[in-house]
Design a protein around this ligand. Structure first.
Ligand code: BTN
Length: 246
C-alpha cells in the first residue's frame, strides 16, 4: 500500500526535486527515480555523475515524528540499508565508509545524500538520495585510480534489474527506518560497525575549517564518528566533513 514511485526520463536531481517539493506525510513513502540527472548532487557540494542504463539513481522521502532520534544517524542508516540489500543479491565484501559511502574493495559503489526537510506539521522529512553504479562506461572503468567501482564487477557481470534493486533497497530502508524511529541508532550500531571500512585504521577528517587525524574507533550511539587522537577521543558529527585513509 505504501510506496508511490515516479520513474522519470530526466530530472535536475531527484534530491533537489523532492527537497523543493516535499510530499506531505500521507502515510506513504514517495520515491522519484530518474534515468538521467542534469545536475546530480553529491555531498559537500560535489557533482554526482550517472549514466543512463549504467546507474540507478533515486530519492525517497521518509517522515519522522517529532521527538524521534537525532537525524544525524540517518545517513548511516541509509548506507547500512543499501549494503544489506546488496548483500542479499550476493555482493560480498561490502564496506561502509562513514558517514555513508558504500565500498567494495575500497572502491566506491554507491553514493548517498541525505537531506532534511523541516517545517512539516508532525515532524521532519528526510530525503534519502541514492546513486548506484551498475555498469561504468569503459573509459571510466579502465582508469584504475578513480576509486569507483560498479555492480557488474562486484557480481561478475550478473547485475539484477533496476526495479529489483529498487524494490529491495526500499524494503530494507523501510525496515531500518522503522527500527531507527523506535530504537534510535544503538539498535543498528553493531551492524554498521561490522562493515566499517576503516575500523582501527588511521584516518584524516577534514572540513572547511578543520582537519583532524587519528584512529577510527567506530561510531557512538548517535552515529557520530569516534576518532582516537593524541589528545583524546574526538566525536565527529556527520556534516560537512569528509574522511580519508592516511
Ligand atoms: C556522494 O557520494 O557525495 C553522494 C551522491 C548521491 C547521489 C544521489 S543520485 C540520486 C540523488 N540525487 C542527487 O542529485 N544525488 C543523489
Amino acid at each position: 500500500p505504501h510506496f508511490v514511485i515516479d520513474w522519470v526520463e530526466e530530472c535536475v536531481s531527484t534530491n533537489t526535486a523532492l527537497m523543493e517539493n516535499t510530499p506531505a506525510d500521507d502515510g506513504r513513502v514517495h520515491v522519484l527515480a530518474a534515468e538521467r540527472q542534469s545536475a546530480g548532487r553529491g555531498r559537500r557540494g560535489r557533482q554526482w555523475q550517472s549514466w543512463p542504463d549504467g546507474s540507478l539513481t533515486f530519492s525517497s522521502v521518509w517522515h519522522f515524528a517529532r521527538g524521534t532520534p537525532a537525524p544525524a544517524g540517518l545517513s548511516l542508516v541509509a548506507g547500512l540499508a543499501v549494503a544489506q540489500a546488496l548483500e542479499r543479491f550476493g555482493v560480498v565484501g561490502l564496506q561502509l565508509k562513514w558517514p555513508n559511502d558504500v565500498l567494495v574493495n575500497g572502491e566506491k559503489l554507491v553514493g548517498i545524500l541525505v537531506e532534511l526537510s523541516t517545517g512539516h506539521a508532525r515532524g521532519l522529512a528526510a530525503v534519502i538520495g541514492i546513486g548506484i553504479n551498475l555498469r561504468l562506461p569503459p573509459d571510466v572503468r579502465i582508469e584504475a585510480q578513480t576509486g569507483v567501482t560498479d555492480l557488474a564487477r562486484a557480481l561478475d557481470g550478473d547485475v539484477p534489474s533496476r526495479p529489483a534493486l529498487l524494490a529491495a533497497i526500499l524494503a530494507e530502508l523501510e525496515r531500518l527506518c522503522a527500527t531507527y524511529a523506535s530504537g534510535g541508532f544503538p539498535a543498528l550500531k553493531d551492524a554498521w560497525e561490522q562493515r566499517n571500512a576503516f575500523a582501527e585504521l588511521p584516518v584524516r577528517i577534514s572540513g572547511d575549517h578543520t582537519a583532524l587525524e587519528g584512529i577510527c574507533a567506530g561510531v557512538d550511539d548517535d552515529g557520530a564518528l569516534l576518532l582516537r587522537t593524541d589528545t583524546g577521543m574526538q566525536r565527529i558529527l556527520a556534516g560537512d566533513v569528509s574522511l580519508r585513509p592516511l
